[in-house]
Design a binder for this molecule. Structure first.
Ligand SMILES: Nc1ncnc2c1ncn2[C@@H]1O[C@H](COP(=O)(O)OP(=O)(O)OP(=O)(O)O)[C@@H](O)[C@H]1O
Ligand SMILES: [Mg+2]
Length: 235
């Protein structure tokens, strides 16, 4: 079943077109990775899906219903959750408070259940439950951003470059957590520049360049295709 479907999306900022006539389908239960260089339009794609950038042309469907032009909070409430590029944590709030902030209207019990799930994914966060987010390491902050995005048990989880700026060993910890989330059957759309981290966990890969999809397929085909890897990923 299709969970997200973008049809002929053209979108950008002021006069600059970033995504051009893009079609993209995300299937339920899959981990779909979007790879591509700086400025390819990866974050813009996630902003279009979450309603913070309204497309100039085209339509977005979530579980068969058109959501083009809907408000960000409505789309979030439907079950689309984003862990953003710049993490956007509340630096002066603790780990617990950052996690709970998405759940102000939920019961204490459901808050606890969600938090227990997050701590299963990233046990490090449990050890640091009272620490202020702003004083944590980059890797821990990334864990918290992803943790916050899964608190409301979204139908689809959008991850914007979770490995950005992190050392290899920390990237591995982050991807270990993402693998655990994937194993629960959650649909994931992950945007990355580090192809080697994302290829082992992806079911499908789309390579973006200059706002267009240059290649689409599964990781196995990408492993075999040296020319595509060299041209677009430099690996
Ligand atoms: N708020 C904005 N206003 C104007 N232009 C923007 C804005 N945000 C992004 N852009 C431009 O849109 C283009 C695509 O940006 P986007 O952030 O989607 O790329 P990206 O693939 O996520 O890159 P990166 O890997 O560096 O995060 C870039 O040329 C960028 O300068
Ligand atoms: Mg980006």
């Amino acid at each position: 079943m299709l969970i997200l479907s973008l049809k002929n999306i053209t979108a950008g900022y002021a006069k600059a077109i970033v995504l051009e006539d893009m079609n993209l389908d995300i299937h339920e239960g899959e981990c779909h990775a979007v790879l591509g260089p700086n400025g390819a339009g990866k974050s813009t794609l996630l902003k279009v899906i979450t309603g913070s950038v309204i497309p100039a042309k085209g339509s977005i469907f979530f579980l068969g219903n058109e959501i083009t032009g809907r408000k960000t909070f409505e789309i979030a409430r439907m079950g689309v959750s984003l862990s953003p590029e710049n993490r956007r944590l509340f630096p002066d709030l603790s780990v617990k408070e950052n996690l709970e902030i998405a759940m102000v209207y939920e019961s204490t019990k459901s808050k606890k259940n969600s938090m227990d799930f997050v701590f299963e994914i990233f046990p490090r966060l449990k050890e640091r439950i009272t620490q202020k987010a702003g004083t944590m390491s980059g890797g821990e902050q990334q864990m918290l951003a992803i943790g916050r995005a899964i608190m409301l048990n979204p139908k689809v989880l959008l991850l914007d470059e979770p490995s950005m700026g992190l050392a290899h060993v920390i990237k591995e910890q982050i991807f270990e957590g993402i693998k655990k989330i994937r194993s629960t059957g959650k649909t994931i759309l992950i945007v990355e520049q580090d192809a080697t981290m994302v290829m082992p966990i992806a079911d499908k890969i789309s390579i973006f360049e200059h706002g267009k999809i240059k290649w689409e397929g599964n990781p196995k085909d990408l492993t075999k295709d040296n020319s595509i890897r060299n041209a677009y990923l430099g690996i």
